[in-house]
Ligand binder design. Structure first.
Ligand SMILES: [Ca+2]
Length: 442
């Protein structure tokens, strides 16, 4: 690949300085994030500098004297195959700035394999989920470390990289409801002392077993195939009838128990002929998280129970067996309303899906890589220096971007720091959580 250097264009605005190098008759295809029109390409250059994920531009002069600039979220460094001939177009890419004597030099580029160059650092977002310690180890294995952040521009750049994973795991296909049960669900109500508590590093609904429960709005399901699924951690002494989710006041509709005389159980009342269908199967553990799912498959005419993605029981059903309708306005989490028995333990990620999930799909749901998350690991921590935050390279903390009311060292053990996906702000949290992470290399 031959560079045609027409012009080096150094310029200074405020105390910043950068260079773009130009190539005639070509454009980078498939990476345009926005198109701007300006009086001169210099203005486009600053637009690209100020757009965190802009790494190059396709510039065309108009007959009116204006220029249009396509800002690209990649460069020919990362995607050389996308640099294509285009008559009348110039390709502009930021050039390495060797001598910066005044202010801040902004140099950034997209590199192969998902790496980015920003200033003097190489930065990469890893979407796989790790604890903070595992994440740091992964970065060190490739000759780097968890990222240190020393200034606003760097924080903003990394927060924009997080757009790449924002939608991950939020496959809403035929999801009728998904209550995370961490306090963020607007339509979940807590009753009689139910609370949200951090358990094993994840905020969950906690029910004490002495009357506390929660409710959701009644949702319409049971006419198509469906799946009800939830994470559960039962606490000793376990209540002999520990209900995950139910509509069990007259006229009753369905009940999904985490523990009924030692087994998982799903029971349903059918509109046709007041029939009932019950399955009892599988032995859920106590004092350990497990994933429970009840599946009603109208194609296979079968109801199934799954424990941690493994099928533990089946019962035949008929294709015209619909769950009974009633006029109830709420369903219950952790309560069997007739009898008033409540669950003792933790629940999270209660889902209703309008089709029969397969064991493989349930295993995907139970994969920690598919759990919802709100942030990614950065290097800031006080793991070995209780009370004092340090970066992995042991540099002192000069720049910070804490979210409001953070760090709060909640529950006394929040020694690691995540960057939140939506805001790019920082929150101290438990190091044992499994989050994506950002590595840097010099
Ligand atoms: Ca915190």
């Amino acid at each position: 690949m031959k560079w045609i250097v027409l012009l080096w264009l150094p310029f200074v605005a405020g105390c910043r300085m950068t260079n773009f190098v130009k190539e005639e008759g070509v454009a980078l295809e498939n990476h345009v994030i926005t198109t701007v029109t300006a009086t001169e390409s210099l203005k486009c250059s600053w637009e690209c500098v100020d757009t965190p994920l802009c790494f190059s531009m396709n510039v065309r002069k108009l007959q009116t004297g204006l220029v249009t600039c396509e800002l690209n979220n990649s460069s020919k460094t990362a995607d050389p195959q996308d640099l294509m001939p285009r008559a009348g177009s110039q390709y502009h890419q930021m050039a390495e700035v060797d001598h910066c004597t005044v202010g801040e030099c902004i140099y950034k580029d997209a590199l192969p394999d998902g790496w980015y160059k920003f200033g003097s650092k190489l930065i990469k977002l890893f979407p796989e989920r790790r604890t903070w310690g595992q994440a740091r180890n992964s970065c060190q294995l490739i000759g780097g470390d968890l990222v240190s952040i020393n200034r606003e521009g760097e924080n903003e750049f990394i927060s924009h990289l997080l757009d790449q994973i924002k939608a991950k795991g939020k496959d809403s296909s035929q999801t009728i409801a998904h209550w995370i049960l961490d306090g963020t669900d607007a339509d979940v109500s807590l009753v009689d002392g139910a609370t949200y508590e951090e358990e094993d590093g994840v905020k969950s609904l906690y029910l004490s077993g002495s009357g506390a429960y929660a409710t959701t709005p009644a949702v319409d399901f049971g006419k198509t195939s469906f799946t009800i699924a939830s994470w559960v951690k039962l606490q000793n002494p376990v209540t002999s009838q520990s209900t995950i989710y139910s509509d069990w006041s007259l006229p009753v509709k369905f009940i999904f128990d985490a523990y009924s005389s030692g087994k998982l159980r799903f029971g349903a009342y059918i509109s046709k002929g007041r029939k009932k269908r019950w399955i009892n199967a599988g032995f859920p553990p106590i004092d350990k998280w497990f994933h429970a799912a009840a599946v009603w498959d109208r194609n296979a005419n079968e109801a199934r129970l799954f424990l941690d993605g493994q099928k533990v029981g089946t019962k035949p059903v008929e294709s015209d067996w619909y769950l009974r309708d009633n006029s109830h306005s709420v369903y219950d989490i952790g309560l069997k309303r007739v009898g008033g028995v409540t669950l003792r333990g933790y629940l999270r990620d209660l889902m209703i899906i309008g089709r029969a999930l397969t064991g493989e799909e349930l295993t995907n749901i139970t994969d920690p890589n598919n759990e919802p998350f709100d942030g990614v690991w950065i290097g800031l921590n006080k793991v070995t220096t209780e009370g004092t935050y340090r970066w992995p390279d042991n540099t002192h903390v000069t720049y910070t971007k804490w979210a409001s009311n953070q760090p709060d060292n909640k529950y006394g053990y929040q020694d690691c720091v995540e960057m939140t996906i939506d805001e790019g702000t920082w929150d101290d949290t438990s190091c044992g959580r499994q989050l994506p992470f950002v590595c840097e290399k010099k």
